[in-house]
Design a protein around this ligand. Structure first.
Ligand SMILES: [Zn+2]
Length: 196
C-alpha cells in the first residue's frame, strides 16, 4: 500500500473530525431554546425549581388537584396563565400550566386559527364550562410563548405566586404583582383553591 492509497482515507478522516468539532461547537453555543426550559432567574428568597423539577414535583400535584375540582375560580390560576407583559418575555410557570392543564385537560372549541407567527385556539373547561382563548406567539425560532384570554378575566390579586420565574429576550428580574412562593404546597393551594 502506497502513500497515495492511504491519502484519500486520511483526508476523509480529517474532514470527519473537523465536521464533528463544528457541529459540537454550534450545539454548545446555541442558547437554550424557549419553552419553559430556558433561562431561570436566581431567586433572592423563596422556593426555586428548574422547569424539569417543576414538571417532576409540581405538575402531578396540579393535575390530581384539577381532577378533583377545576381551577377556574382561582384568580391565581387565571393570573399566571393570562400573564402577558408586552415585551418578548414570559413566566415559565404559566407556560407549563397552560400546556399541562388547559391544553391537555380542557376541550378544544372550534378550529385552530393560524396567522403569521400567531395561533389561537378556543377551549372550554369540561368541569364548569368556563371559556378561554389560548394564544401562541413566536418572536423568534428560540422564543415563543402562550398566554390565555379568559372570557371572565381575573381580578387583580395583590400578589400572584410563581416558582420558576421569567424567561425571554429581556426577562425582568421581578414583576410587580408577582412573588416567589415559599413552598410547593403554598403554590398548589393558591392555584387550586385560590388560597394566599
Ligand atoms: Zn372550570
Amino acid at each position: 500500500m502506497t502513500v497515495l492509497d492511504v491519502l484519500p482515507i486520511a483526508i476523509g478522516l480529517v474532514w470527519c473530525i473537523l465536521i464533528a468539532r463544528f457541529v459540537w461547537k454550534v450545539n454548545r453555543s446555541r442558547p437554550l431554546s424557549l419553552t419553559p426550559a430556558a433561562s431561570v432567574q436566581v431567586a433572592r428568597s423563596g422556593l426555586v425549581l428548574t422547569p424539569a423539577e417543576f414538571h417532576r414535583d409540581v405538575v402531578p400535584l396540579l393535575r390530581s388537584a384539577w381532577d378533583s375540582a377545576c381551577f377556574c375560580n382561582s384568580e391565581a390560576f387565571k393570573r399566571l396563565t393570562s400573564f402577558e407583559m408586552g415585551s418578548a418575555a414570559a413566566i415559565a410557570d404559566g407556560q407549563i400550566i397552560i400546556n399541562e392543564i388547559i391544553r391537555k385537560k380542557f376541550s378544544a372549541d372550534g378550529a385552530l386559527e393560524d396567522t403569521n407567527f400567531e395561533q389561537m385556539q378556543r377551549y372550554v373547561c369540561p368541569q364548569c364550562g368556563s371559556r378561554c382563548q389560548v394564544f401562541w406567539e413566536q418572536f423568534s425560532i428560540k422564543m415563543d410563548r402562550y398566554y390565555v384570554v379568559w372570557a371572565s378575566p381575573p381580578a387583580l390579586l395583590s400578589e400572584a405566586l410563581f416558582i420558576i420565574g421569567f424567561y425571554g429576550f429581556d426577562p425582568p428580574d421581578q414583576v410587580r404583582g408577582f412573588r416567589r412562593a415559599d413552598s410547593i404546597d403554598q403554590f398548589v393551594a393558591a392555584l387550586a383553591h385560590g388560597e394566599r
